[in-house]
Design a protein around this ligand. Sequence first.
Ligand SMILES: Nc1ncnc2c1ncn2[C@@H]1O[C@H](COP(=O)(O)OP(=O)(O)OP(=O)(O)O)[C@@H](O)[C@H]1O
Ligand SMILES: [Mg+2]
Length: 419
Amino acid sequence: MKIFSRMPKWRPKNPTESYLSTTIRLKMPHPGQLQILNNPARFKVLTCGRRWGKSELGIIDILIAAHLEHKYCWWIAPSYQMAEDIWSDLVNAVKDLKDVVISQSKRRINLPKGGVIAVRSAHNPDKLRGAGLDFAVLDEASRMPARIWHDVIRPMLATTRGLARFLSTPNGRNWFWERHRDGLDPLKEEWAAFQFHTGQSSHVEAAELQSLRDSTPEHVWECEYEAKFTDDHGQVFRRISAAAAPAPYHQPQPGHAYVAGVDWGRSKDYTAIAVLDASNGKMVALERFNQVGWELQRDRLSQIVKKWRPQVVWAEANSIGEPNIDALVRQGLPVRRFYTNAKSKAPLIESLALAIERNDITLLDDPVLLGELADYRFDRLSNGSYRYGAPPGSHDDTVIAAALAWYGSKFIGSALSFA
Ligand SMILES: Nc1ncnc2c1ncn2[C@@H]1O[C@H](COP(=O)(O)OP(=O)(O)OP(=O)(O)O)[C@@H](O)[C@H]1O
Ligand SMILES: [Mg+2]
């Protein structure tokens, strides 16, 4: 193992325990981590799935640099909270070391032979200035603005010919993707890139991985667990045509329970209502209409509800929804409110995406619905979460109606409600 040539006098006695010294407590690197540690590149880009062990590897690497090579090191995290988490891990690793000085207020560790580790957040890049730096770890680099690297860290490494590590899941084709491509370019000799999916870590059990796979829609899985660089404006719903079929019947069936979802049309949109047979996940009706006035729209809705007698109608409650819902409730319709916001929309959409991929839902082969589903897109936000919506100029009324019907069908008969 080449890594140990950096620490010639020491070999691990027990591979499950600390290997760096008897006083610094570190995990034994797994094979993928070891491969990266042994690579001699100056700049290493690690594109790896969630829980693969990126941060743990960064901790091993920075402690080698600071403790054994006496370097001046920075750990940069995208947020204060992530910086705090790593800070405690680093403190835990060095706390038993003789003559170590730990400054909580400066988030700085001075190691006995002159090495330093400072933990910083990229939250406020203007505060991230400093003199020469020997070693930088950018954890979850893809969530940081590009200027952290270009304007702050890279210049600080210039006079020292310092090293950098970029650890991250992908986040679209942003500046981190460009660094990954630097690492793949054979002409850029200072750079190396590595890509591992979560299943390639020996610390994630196969059963746990399968359970994650079963509960994660493909567009999230590809990025977060397979560590693939996908489009910034990627398609949310996959395998749509395989999940589409003609209406199974045109009248309600005895003994079947129905749920409806409603999305209200605003000025240029349509009001859409989707009815789902909750007994078997088949969509049985989908109607959309606009420009007929709210009263007429509510009447059409009441007709559909009278026909299918859904146990519950989940309706979007934002803005124009509220007065319409109030009017429908006064008429005695079983309408419940769904408040769409960034927090509630992601699970609503992801749940429908997963149901379509797994064939848990059968969609009506309605061209408008199938088209809106195919157009629907996600963006990744800098904090790692997803934002969903129709691209400019497209509609998403039938998508939201279908998603509300599906989500509602999972709670049918339960006391659970939406936020
Ligand atoms: N070599 C190792 N030996 C033992 N445990 C490890 C090792 N590498 C990682 N782990 C453990 O696996 C878990 C995930 O590791 P880590 O947090 O480093 O992964 P990550 O890729 O940074 O995950 P995330 O994407 O959530 O940030 C942690 O509990 C960590 O302690
Ligand atoms: Mg991590």
